[in-house]
Ligand binder design. Structure first.
Ligand SMILES: NC(=O)c1ccc[n+]([C@@H]2O[C@H](COP(=O)([O-])OP(=O)(O)OC[C@H]3O[C@@H](n4cnc5c(N)ncnc54)[C@H](OP(=O)(O)O)[C@@H]3O)[C@@H](O)[C@H]2O)c1
Length: 195
């Protein structure tokens, strides 16, 4: 696949699946905007991406649960690259617990990160994606359709994300914007920053 001249924004690019995705797409010549909270980790992944094809990624240190940060992410991407073609909503957290052993803080934190921030970022990015006839990829989980009592808030956040994906796909299809999800099972995480 060739991403030449395509601008790809990846959240949660400072580790795990997001970092691996960033490095993979950098090898297809994409211009990358990488988002995470840990600036040092982001920088390290940026160096890997730069080595692929010599294209310097934009790194944006931001907390996706802060509304001002979400708006800044899109603004900095557009100010820097002038366009946005692909939004990969990958950032997510798992907090363990069910009805008997969790609390509303856990629920609010998981939903704020895994669902609310995705809704907000996609909303702010939508005008730019319509302009480029771009696409959105939401990183969900097999947990969205496999009930488990170990991490109820996480599971329902991913079920909500799947429904969001379908609703957004329906809304944006007439504008030429595709919205899809990937639903991984357990993924072995590589620690790039220690290599
Ligand atoms: N790994 C698996 O087995 C698996 C399986 C199914 C689905 N998934 C899904 O895949 C996605 C990535 O998972 P992963 O395992 O690669 O996770 P990970 O290694 O823990 O990475 C999570 C990423 O999300 C970022 N993030 C979390 N909260 C954030 C916030 N409030 N603002 C900005 N960035 C935030 C983290 O940034 P900082 O560290 O810089 O804060 C980090 O880059 C998640 O949506 C997860 O639910 C993972």
């Amino acid at each position: 696949m060739d991403f030449q001249d395509k601008v790809v924004l990846i959240t949660g690019a400072s580790s795990g699946i997001g970092a691996a995705t960033a490095i993979y797409i950098s090898k297809q010549s994409a211009k990358l905007a990488l988002v995470g909270r840990k600036a040092n980790n982001l920088k390290a992944i940026g160096v890997y991406c730069l080595k692929s094809k010599g294209i310097q990624p934009l790194t944006i240190t931001a907390d996706l649960t802060e509304e001002a940060d979400v708006e800044r992410i899109v603004k900095e991407t557009i100010d820097h690259f002038g366009r946005l073609d692909v939004l990969i909503n990958n950032a997510g957290i798992v907090l363990m617990g069910g009805l008997k052993n969790s609390n509303m803080e856990i629920y609010d934190k998981v939903m704020a990160t895994n669902m609310r921030s995705v809704y907000h970022l996609t909303m702010v990015a939508t005008p730019h994606l319509i302009e480029s006839k771009g696409c959105v990829v939401n990183v969900s989980s097999v947990s969205s359709t496999m009930p488990s009592s170990m991490s109820i808030a996480y599971n329902i956040s991913k079920a909500a994300l799947d429904h969001f994906t379908k609703c957004a796909a329906l809304e944006l299809a007439p504008d030429g914007v595709r919205v899809n999800s990937v639903n991984p099972g357990f993924v072995k995480i590589q620690t790039y920053t220690k290599m």
